[in-house]
Design a binder for this molecule. Structure first.
Ligand SMILES: Nc1ncnc2c1ncn2[C@@H]1O[C@H](COP(=O)(O)OP(=O)(O)O)[C@@H](O)[C@H]1O
Ligand SMILES: [Mg+2]
Length: 260
């Protein structure tokens, strides 16, 4: 579904991504791991159009998507989640979901003047969709709460919910579990598994929690120093010499995280 071919991203003289190549299979939940500074987030940002690569190509379903802006990729079903934007904090969770652009006719001036009835119908449909998403994520009780008042983990779920308001095909999640308690992390994991099985979402997940990666991801890709070191099941990755070396090089704390 996604083919990343020899991507380089330099910041000045620094090679954050240094010749990364990988393939994401449609229907997979692919894990992306690696020590801090490996270039994972930078690679995500290049794939999702947030950063232009210094060189290399990205293809989606055979089409060259290198350098396309995020909103164009969004309409192709490629989404990279971000924290809920600051300006949405005073809106309710339901309203935050309803804000996700999906080609509502309320956006055009013509419809603002002449299409009141149609807008009302669409708003009702959007609200129903938002409520369905909240229920799927088991946070329907948060519908009328301000997004600024929910917990960090609940925000992560809401972030995932935003991808469900459009027809996402592939979703990139960067450290969705960071700072999230175990119970909510499991809820997020359940939602990812269900979206994958029931709605055909493909996921690419950057995460440091190896239990989470082990439960969700096959294959797992390990990056270090800007390129891909190894790909395989989590067990294969854990046993890979280059991977162990890369984690050892960054200290024992990280080595323990990969369970090596
Ligand atoms: N905008 C930037 N300018 C300069 N250096 C950057 C920038 N973004 C990331 N880097 C550097 O690139 C390297 C890779 O970062 P990142 O992609 O965030 O790694 P990871 O997500 O694997 O921890 C790091 O050394 C980081 O400091
Ligand atoms: Mg990162």
């Amino acid at each position: 579904m996604i083919v990343v071919d020899d991507i380089h991203k330099h910041f000045g003289g620094f090679h954050a991504v240094d010749g990364a190549s990988l393939t994401i299979e449609a229907g997979s939940i692919t894990g992306l791991i690696g020590p801090n500074g490996a270039g994972k987030t930078t690679l995500f940002n290049v794939i999702a159009g947030v950063l232009k690569p210094t060189s290399g190509r990205v293809h989606m379903d055979g089409e060259d998507i290198t350098g396309l802006p995020p909103h164009t990729l969004f309409h192709k079903g490629l989404l990279r989640t971000f924290q809920i934007a600051h300006e949405f904090h005073s809106m309710t969770c339901r309203e935050n979901l309803m804000m996700v652009p999906g080609g509502q006719s309320g956006e055009t001036l013509w419809n603002t003047w002449f299409g009141t009835r149609r807008i009302a119908d669409e708003e009702r449909a959007l609200k129903a969709k938002a409520d369905e998403v909240l229920e799927f994520l088991t946070i329907e009780h948060l519908a009328d709460q301000k997004a600024g008042q929910i917990s960090g983990g609940q925000k992560k779920l809401l972030e995932l919910g935003r991808t469900m308001m459009v027809d996402a095909k592939i979703v990139f999640l960067d450290e969705v579990g960071a700072g999230v308690n175990r119970t909510l992390l499991n809820t997020i994991g359940d939602a990812i598994l269900r979206l994958n099985k029931e709605r055909n979402y493909t996921f690419v997940v950057i995460e440091h929690d190896m239990d989470f990666i082990g439960r969700l991801c096959d294959p797992v890709i390990c990056m270090a120093e800007g390129h891909v070191l190894a790909q395989g099941t989590l067990d294969e990755i854990k046993a890979n010499e280059h991977v162990i070396e890369a984690y050892l090089g960054t200290g024992l704390k990280n080595k323990d995280k990969v369970g090596a």
